[in-house]
Design a binder for this molecule. Structure first.
Ligand SMILES: [Zn+2]
Ligand SMILES: [Zn+2]
Length: 352
């Protein structure tokens, strides 16, 4: 008989059932990880609502995790049982045109653990051994479960490649807070964060942002950013909301010759308007970035381990697996909540 574990299964749209399912069987090149924590991400909300991966249901979501290796496949030598780990969730084929050119995120056979295949809202999750990263002793399991979101911001920062002493405006105060931190680390100035939540904007300030703009108090953030940047607009703008309106604002507050990094996940049918002349005469540029992969992961570990990024102010709460559905709704209801960790090993909620 199969060995069983507890898992939060996304059974159908808006239906999560915590139940016993078989522990995943690992292949020769895979490891089985006993899950400590999994951070809840906006993507999980999208899967819950059927906006994303609806064709994959029923599945176990969860992709921002940490844990301990419980078993290793017979070919695995680079990690061992008992190692504290996290894993890069991006599984690409390794052999197509994109993979061969170092652009694994564009791989047509690309899948993400916990988004397209079973993830970590469970007692155990399996992962390819080659994607596993051992956590330095200094990193807590909570920080280990936060390496994924930081890796996404690292990927975006590298795509945008902001120069020293250049102005950066970030729209959005979710992961926008971390984008601001990355800009500070790259010696950009001023770093401006635009958002609608006082608590999160204050965290951005704490992380080194020079100016915060609360859109509940400032009617025209585009004019405000121009005022702060000699009337020109920002050298770099990061859109980290994902709405057509904020994309438009991002484009409008970008100076001629500047670069916009598209980070916020917009709807499938969403569009923004761009005058071709903004490219031709204005020489504005756009980069995009969709996830952190490959080297972004060890870099994320390095920045957290050495205190360049301290994510702890973003940690709000820990909840048992049984509270996942409650927590998904609570995150919508209370915008002051940032990261909620789910754990199969705890039995009551804990505010951090
Ligand atoms: Zn995520
Ligand atoms: Zn490929």
């Amino acid at each position: 008989m199969a060995r069983m574990m507890k898992a939060a299964v996304f059974e159908a749209i808006k239906k999560i059932v915590v139940k016993e399912v078989p522990i995943p069987e690992i292949g020769p090149d895979e490891v089985l990880i006993k899950v400590k924590y999994t951070g809840i991400c906006g993507t999980d909300w999208s899967i819950y609502n059927g906006w994303y991966s609806a064709d994959k249901l029923p599945m176990i979501a969860g992709h921002e995790f940490s844990g301990v290796i419980a078993e290793t496949g017979k070919n695995v030598t680079r990690v061992k049982t008992g190692d504290r780990v996290t894993a890069d969730i991006n599984m690409s084929c390794g052999t197509c045109f994109y993979c061969m050119n170092g652009a694994s995120l564009q791989c047509p056979n690309f899948t993400q653990l916990g988004i397209h295949t079973d993830g970590s809202f469970a007692e155990y999750v399996k992962a390819p051994a080659r994607l596993v990263h051992v956590l330095p002793d200094k990193l807590s399991f909570e920080e280990g479960a936060f390496i994924e979101p930081v890796s996404c911001c690292i990927h975006a920062a590298k795509a945008m490649n902001a120069k020293l002493a250049s102005s950066v405006a970030v729209i959005g105060c979710g992961l926008g807070v971390l984008h601001a931190r990355m800009a500070v680390l790259r010696a950009c100035a001023p770093v401006i964060v635009i958002g609608d939540n006082k608590k999160r904007l204050n965290i951005a300030k704490q992380m080194g942002a020079d100016v915060i703009i609360n859109i509940n108090e400032v009617a025209d953030p585009v004019a405000e950013v121009k005022k702060l940047t000699g009337g020109r607009g920002a050298d770099y703008v990061i859109e980290a909301v994902g709405k057509p309106k904020t994309y438009q604002q991002a484009w409008d507050m970008l100076r001629p010759g500047g670069t916009l990094d598209a980070f916020g996940i917009a709807g499938d049918g969403d569009y923004m308007q761009i005058r071709p002349l903004d490219f031709v005469l204005g020489e504005k540029k756009i980069t995009g970035s969709c996830a952190g992969a490959g080297p972004d992961w060890p870099e994320s570990i390095t920045l957290i381990e050495n205190g360049r990024i301290d994510p702890k102010p973003l940690f709000s709460m820990k909840v048992p697996l049984e509270d996942l559905e409650w927590a998904l709704h609570e995150l919508r209801r209370d915008p002051d909540l940032f990261k909620i960790f789910v754990s199969p090993e705890i039995s009551k909620r804990e505010v951090l």
